[in-house]
Design a protein around this ligand. Sequence first.
Ligand code: PMP
Length: 363
Amino acid sequence: MQLRIPGPTPIPPEILQVMSRQMINHRGPQFTEMIQSMTATLKEMFQTKGDVLILTGSGTGGMEAAIVNTLSPGDKVLVVSNGFFGERFADIAEQFGAQVERLRFEWGYPADPPAVRQALSQDTGIKAVLVTHNETSTGVTNDLASISAVVREFDKLLLVDAISSLGAIDLPSDEWGCDVVVTASQKGWMAPPGLAMVSVSQRAWQANAEAKMPRYYWDFAKAKRFLEEKGQTPWTPAVSVFYALAAALEMFKREGLANVVARHIRVGSKAREGVKSLGLSLLPEDSHASNTVTAIKAPEGLEVKRLLGILREEQGTILAGGQQRLDGKIFRIGHLGYVNEEDIEQVMEALKVALPQAGFRSR
Ligand code: PMP
């Protein structure tokens, strides 16, 4: 079976095994040892000297946590949005009472750093910029290096949704001056869903000291205190997922972050070349196409639902459709985490058979 959606992603057999281990006391020494070692490795992966917190919840919980821990109701935020998940970031901020300005870009296109500069120079009241690093819904990786440089020019807080990029696409959090970076265990991390990992910079802690948005479960200060004083989490953690992520992080260390990133570059480019050689076109331009998810335009005559059904039932290959306004218009191949070039070859073989059955006539 080839599960090639952009999360949850397949899990290596050795990681599946550790999940069947008996429970431990989450207030005992074994848990402390595990969370301390995981936190140290995660800091290397986030490329940060700041804090990294492991929260039990999905990525969206991490996004909400980033917002409620750094902002107050009425704060003005600029949300750079070029897809479904950018809109989600804006929606969450709005729900908690932020004054949200949406800087929107067409779906399938990257966010434009000069446009971010213009938006910030027009409005001095903005407190924070929220941005999606890798827009999973459209297969676009935003130029976060340039966007973060602009945000630094204006000295704003920068909250980054790196849920489908971190651990697969290079993101030097400190070097780029990102204040809160959010990722989730079921994406590039070769682990099941259940944990959100967030980095918190010094500037974010300063914002946290004044932030007044309501929060209880997602409390960064409490999580930091529990981690540092006890080697624990404030609430009962998803222990089995901790086992899995701990084992995955050991695999990451063995492979090395640079090699992990290089593997995703190879796999991403193989996916793009593969679909093009089948006569299909990508939704985004090559220059900002993502190395973790490839979005492919459905050409005239191709029924996406039928294609996904045939792939699933006859080829044992699970791909993803489009979300919201892209439903029926694109399909997506996830290639992050536990993936290599051979997996992509198998997906292409499956597509070669299934595409004509789903109405595709290559020219
Ligand atoms: N942001 C991005 C960029 C994502 O890819 C996802 C998951 N597809 C999310 C946010 C939401 O994460 P979760 O489903 O883990 O809540």
